[in-house]
Ligand binder design. Structure first.
Ligand SMILES: [Mg+2]
Length: 218
């Protein structure tokens, strides 16, 4: 039985796809309404973004070149992203209730996320789950990124439990699931769109919705 449950943030507790889409529709409406189709803007951003793996300071200038647009500058759009994204950030359906139920059962709870400390901390706060967990580890602040096993071990340490007593839940097969397992944790893969890598044996535990975790744990 696990003593602690650790979660990835983006596309696990934070519905990044829905939040990002809402932000992009607003950004399109304010800057590009008569110049680019809304779906073209959203689709090209989403493809370059590759599940959040490309810095927006790099992404926006590329996107403006692709769209053949000079104004506003990519740098200004990237600044706007960092300032306004959180107005649109929303939790994954059922995330708050799940965390509350797990806490009532006595689990220690934590979040381990790759990204910028300020940005990810604001996401945790604005989707209303900061007080629902015992620790939040962001890669920039920790100086380590998933799938580095040291970051998973540090999270266990922060919660005061053994690494082997932790269960990790995340959507990224390589970064979250194989990373957690390599560190000695069990893991549940949330199937949200990133395919399982062919060259690895299938995930031992998986769910299609975050709320399905309850049936595996309670
Ligand atoms: Mg994720």
């Amino acid at each position: 039985m696990a003593a602690a449950i650790l979660f990835d943030l983006d596309e696990t507790l934070h519905d990044r796809a829905a939040s990002l889409r809402a932000f992009l529709i607003d950004q399109h409406r304010r800057w590009f309404l008569d110049r680019v189709e809304e779906e073209t803007f959203v689709e090209r951003f989403t493809r370059l973004d590759a599940h959040g793996s490309l810095s927006k300071a790099v992404l926006y200038p590329k996107l403006m070149v692709e769209l053949g647009i000079d104004e506003p500058s990519g740098a200004d759009l990237a600044t706007e992203y960092s300032l306004r994204y959180h107005e649109f950030a929303c939790p994954m359906a059922g995330a708050g209730d799940l965390l509350a139920a797990l806490r009532r059962q006595g689990f220690k709870l934590g979040i381990v996320t790759n990204g910028w400390t300020d940005f990810q901390s604001r996401t945790v706060a604005t989707i209303g789950i900061r007080d629902a967990v015992d620790a939040v580890l962001v890669s920039e602040a920790e100086g380590l990124r998933k799938p580095d096993a040291r970051l998973f071990r540090r999270a266990a340490e922060r919660l005061g439990v053994a690494t082997e007593s932790c269960l990790f839940i995340g959507d990224n097969p390589t970064v979250d699931i194989l990373g957690a397992e390599a560190a000695g944790m069990r893991a549940i893969w949330l199937r949200r769109g990133i395919p399982w890598p062919n060259h690895h044996p299938p995930a031992q535990l998986h769910v299609d919705e975050l709320t399905d975790v309850v049936e595996l744990l309670l």
